[in-house]
Design a protein around this ligand. Structure first.
Ligand code: CA
Length: 234
């Protein structure tokens, strides 16, 4: 599978040059010239690395980088920030945008390609995970749908993300704090009891068509586990 590189650059000539060279290296390139739709495109395509220009129409590279870092689904994707000469690197770093690397314009193509390669070395190989299965529960990750046997289970977006986290790591016990941080995100303030509310909703939807596989672990948190041991009644 080809690595996808998301290129966010408003200077068309530079973008086309980079696109050409990245494709020559064997990457699939997704190009955005404006900031507005970038987050939605990243969430849809899940690129392996993001090359982000600092100065962009609509949303700046720094703002975009902060948004990427606050979203659990995409926060781990490496970001290489392109900065123009004169925008002092230290100043940009001081903004703590969370970029993994900074490249100052003008740069040479081989230099940028090397930086991309170095970020990809740290990134996981792209895996084509289309669904998660736990016993009779099936999660379609592409269509964002959940089924239990033949039955479609309607879940809200939070319940979907919660279930996904549990199903990706069966039998692992997650603390409420971990779930809050990774399902809701760092920047949102919610009480840890909120997790219980959403787990209750998730259980209600899932258990309509089968046994309860969500395990409550007293004073700890939650897991999905077929060897159901109910430690605590909610
Ligand atoms: Ca620019």
């Amino acid at each position: 599978m080809k690595h996808k590189v998301m290129l966010v650059e408003d200077e068309e000539a530079l973008a086309l040059l980079l696109k050409y060279n990245l494709e020559k290296e064997g990457y699939e390139v997704l190009w955005e010239a404006r900031g507005g739709k970038v987050i939605a495109e990243i969430e849809k395509n899940l690129p392996s690395v993001i090359i982000l220009d600092w100065m962009l129409p609509e949303l700046s590279g720094v703002e975009l980088c902060k948004m990427i870092r606050s979203k659990p689904d995409i926060k781990a994707i490496p970001v290489i920030m392109l900065t123009a000469k004169g925008e002092e690197e230290d100043k940009i770093k001081g903004l703590s945008s969370g970029a993994d690397d900074y490249v100052t314009k003008p740069f040479s193509i081989p230099e940028l390609m090397a930086r991309v390669k170095s970020q990809l070395r740290r990134a996981p190989e792209p895996k084509e995970e289309k669904e998660l299965i736990f016993e009779d529960i099936r999660m379609d990750l592409v269509g964002k749908k959940v089924y239990r046997g033949e039955n479609y289970i309607h879940l809200g977006p939070t319940e979907f993300r919660l279930l996904r986290m549990l199903m990706e790591n069966p039998e692992k016990v997650f603390s409420r704090e971990y779930l809050l941080k990774n399902v809701w995100g760092d920047n949102i303030y919610v009480e840890s009891r909120t997790v219980d509310v959403h787990i209750r909703r998730l259980r209600k939807s899932l258990n309509e068509f089968g046994p309860d596989y969500i395990r409550t672990v007293r004073a700890t948190g939650y897991a999905i586990d077929k060897n159901m041991i109910e430690d605590e009644e909610e």
